[in-house]
Design a protein around this ligand. Structure first.
Ligand code: NDP
Length: 519
C-alpha cells in the first residue's frame, strides 16, 4: 500500500463514519494529479471527535510531563524513521521542494517535539508569588497553570507540519487533548501524524484529526475549550468572533506583509541573498516571507542588480529528487490568481517587472519568481499580503523614510534591517511596528523556540514559542493558602469603630504624604 493510500486509510481509522460525509479530493499542485481523498466531515462528526478527545483528556493529563514527553520523543523517532514516507506526502500535497519540506517542516517539528518535551514542565511549573500586601503576611500565594481541556488547532496549507501539527505539540505537552483541523488543501501529512500517534501506542484519542473544509473548522470552535488558529486575517477575524461568542480563549497567527530595509552601509551581497531566498522559498507562501524591500539610494542599483541575477538563476518546476529545483509549485489555485492580480495592479500603476511576472499554463500551478521595481504604496503588491514568489523593491532617500514606509501597513508580523553598523541597525529595528525584527538576518528568529513569536496589528493575537507559547494552552488558577490562621482575623465581624480608625491611620501613615514631582 502506498503512503498516500495509507493516508486515506488513516482517515477511516480516525473514526469518521463512512457514508455520512462528503469526500474532498486532494491534488498534487505541481502536476494536477489527484493523490488522495479525505472526508469532508459534518458538524456532527466534528462534535463526536471533540467528545472522544474530551473523554481521553484526563488520562493524557494524568500521565504527567514525563509520560507525555516520552510520547513526544517516540513520535520524533517515528518521524525520523518514516521520513521518506512523510516527505513524499508533504511534497506531493503542498508542491514545495523537498529541501523546504525537510528543513522548514520536518526539522522544525522534530526540534519542537524535543523542545516542548524538555521544557514544558519548567514553563508550567507552579509559581510562588510574593505579595507586597501587609494584610497577607504569613499566607502563601501560588499561581498554577492547568490545561484547558480540549484544544482546537486550525491550520493553513502552506506549512502542514510546522503550522498545523507544530502548534499541537505545546498544547499536548500542557496536558490538553487536541483536535486538529488541517486545511482541506493539505490534510494528508497531518493524518499521517495522527496515525503515527496510534502506531507508537500513545493514549488513544489524545490527538484527533478532523478533516474537512472551512465549516469543519467552524464546527470545531463550537465545541472546544480553546482555539489556536493560523491562517488569513479575514478568517482569523471570523474565528475571533466565534470564540468571543462562546467566551473561549483564542490565539491567532495571521497574515503579514513583512518589510526588509537595506541601509546604505549594508553588506549588499548578504542582503540580496536573504531577500531572494526568503521571498521565493516555498513560492513565497510563508507568513513571514520578505514581501517588500526598501533600499537606501546609494546602494539601490547594486542591490537590484544582484537580486535580478540571483532570481534569474532560480530553477522552477515540479519538485522531485533533492537539489532538482529551487522553487516549486503554488499550493492553492486561488492564491495564483491573487498573485497575478497584484502583479497586474502594479504594472497598471507604472511598475516594471525585471524578472518573471507570469503564471504558468499548467499542468500544475506555478508563478514565475518575479522582481518588480518602480513600485509605491498605491499598489497592492506593497500593501496587501501577496503570498507568492514576488519581490517588489522601492528606493528610499534615507532610513527615516524606510521606517515610515515599513510602518505604513495594517500588518506587523516579522521584519528585517540590514546594516553593518549594528547599533544603527538595531535602532531602526526598534522603530518598526512588528511583533518581530531581525538585524542582518531574516526569518531565522522563528527557530528560537525559547523566544515568543507573535504578530502585532492585524497579524495576530498571542504568540507561539517561549513561555506564552505554552501558557496560552492553560487556564491559570491562583491559590491562597493559609497554614496557621487564627480563629478570627483582625477586621472581621462585628464591625468596630476602633478597628476602622486603626485601618484609616495605617492608610494615612503609608500614603498620606504629598508626593514630590520632578521639576
Ligand atoms: P485561511 O484563513 O483560508 O484558512 C486557514 C484554516 O481555517 C483552514 O484550515 C481553513 O479551512 C479554515 N477555515 C476556513 N474558514 C473557517 C471558518 N469560518 N472557521 C474556522 N476555520 C475556517 O488561510 P490559508 O489556509 O489560505 O493560509 C494562508 C494564510 O495563513 C496567509 O494569510 C498566511 O499569512 C497565514 N499564515 C500565518 C502564519 C503565522 O504564523 N502568522 C503562518 C502561516 C500562514 P479550509 O482550508 O479547509 O477552507
Amino acid at each position: 500500500m502506498s503512503a498516500l493510500e495509507q493516508s486515506d486509510t488513516a482517515v477511516r481509522s480516525n473514526g469518521a463514519a463512512q457514508g455520512q460525509a462528503g469526500r474532498i479530493e486532494v491534488h498534487n499542485p505541481a502536476t494536477g494529479e489527484v493523490i488522495g481523498h479525505v472526508d469532508d466531515m459534518t458538524a456532527g462528526q466534528v462534535e463526536a471527535l471533540v467528545e472522544r478527545a474530551r473523554r481521553a483528556q484526563p488520562e493524557w493529563e494524568a500521565i504527567g510531563f514525563d509520560g507525555r514527553g516520552e510520547v513526544m520523543r517516540e513520535l520524533r523517532y517515528w518521524v525520523v524513521q518514516n521520513r521518506e514516507r512523510v516527505l513524499d506526502v508533504l511534497v506531493k500535497e503542498n508542491g514545495k521542494t523537498r529541501e523546504d519540506a525537510l528543513l522548514a517542516e520536518m526539522f522544525y517539528v522534530c526540534d519542537a517535539l524535543g523542545f516542548w518535551a524538555k521544557h514544558a514542565r519548567k514553563y508550567l511549573a507552579d509559581e510562588r508569588i510574593k505579595t507586597h500586601s501587609p494584610l497577607l503576611m504569613g499566607k502563601r500565594v501560588v499561581l498554577r497553570h492547568r490545561p484547558h481541556g480540549v484544544v482546537g488547532v486550525i491550520g493553513p496549507w502552506n506549512y502542514p507540519l510546522t503550522n498545523s501539527f507544530g502548534d499541537c505539540i505545546p498544547a499536548l505537552m500542557a496536558g490538553n487533548s487536541v483536535v486538529l483541523k488541517p486545511s482541506e488543501v493539505t490534510p494528508l501529512t497531518n493524518l499521517m501524524l495522527g496515525e503515527a500517534m496510534r502506531e507508537i501506542g500513545a493514549p488513544p484519542d489524545a490527538l484527533l484529526v478532523a478533516t474537512g473544509a472551512g465549516q469543519a473548522g467552524a464546527a470545531l470552535i463550537e465545541h472546544v475549550d480553546m482555539v489556536h488558529f493560523t491562517g488569513s486575517t479575514a478568517t482569523g477575524r471570523k474565528v475571533a468572533v466565534e470564540a468571543a461568542r462562546r467566551l473561549i480563549p483564542v490565539s491567532l497567527e495571521l497574515g503579514g506583509k513583512d518589510p526588509m530595509i537595506v541601509l546604505r552601509e549594508a553588506d549588499v551581497e548578504r542582503a540580496a541573498n536573504m531577500a531572494v531566498q526568503w521571498s521565493m522559498s516555498n513560492s513565497g507562501q510563508i507568513c513571514i516571507a520578505v514581501e517588500r524591500v526598501y533600499v537606501e539610494e546609494p546602494v539601490y542599483d547594486e542591490f537590484v542588480q544582484k537580486v535580478v541575477e540571483k532570481t534569474r538563476a532560480l530553477r522552477q518546476g515540479p519538485p522531485g529528487t533533492p537539489g532538482g529545483v529551487d522553487v516549486g509549485a503554488m499550493t492553492n489555485a486561488p492564491q495564483v490568481e491573487i498573485v497575478r492580480s497584484h502583479v497586474q495592479d502594479a504594472l497598471d500603476k507604472g511598475a516594471e517587472v525585471l524578472v518573471g511576472g507570469k503564471a504558468s499554463q499548467g499542468p500544475g500551478q506555478f508563478f514565475e519568481p518575479t522582481v518588480l521595481t518602480g513600485v509605491d504604496h498605491t499598489m497592492k503588491i506593497m500593501t496587501e499580503e501577496t503570498f507568492g514568489p514576488t519581490l517588489p523593491i522601492m528606493k528610499v532617500r534615507d532610513a527615516d523614510e524606510a521606517v515610515r514606509l515599513a510602518n505604513e501597513s495594517r500588518y506587523g508580523l516579522n521584519s528585517s534591517v540590514f546594516s553593518k553598523d549594528i547599533a544603527k541597525g538595531e535602532h531602526v529595528a526598534r522603530q518598526l511596528h512588528a511583533g518581530n525584527a531581525c538585524v542582518n538576518d531574516a526569518l531565522m528568529n522563528y527557530l528560537a523556540l525559547e523566544a515568543p513569536f507573535g504578530g502585532s496589528r492585524e497579524s495576530g493575537l498571542g504568540a507561539r514559542h517561549g513561555a506564552p507559547g505554552i501558557r496560552k494552552y492553560c487556564a491559570t488558577q491562583t491559590l491562597l493558602i493559609t497554614r496557621f490562621g487564627p480563629k478570627k482575623e483582625f477586621g472581621m465581624y462585628p464591625n468596630k469603630a476602633w478597628q476602622a480608625k486603626a485601618f484609616e491611620r495605617v492608610m494615612v501613615a503609608m500614603w498620606g504624604r504629598k508626593p514630590k514631582r520632578r521639576k
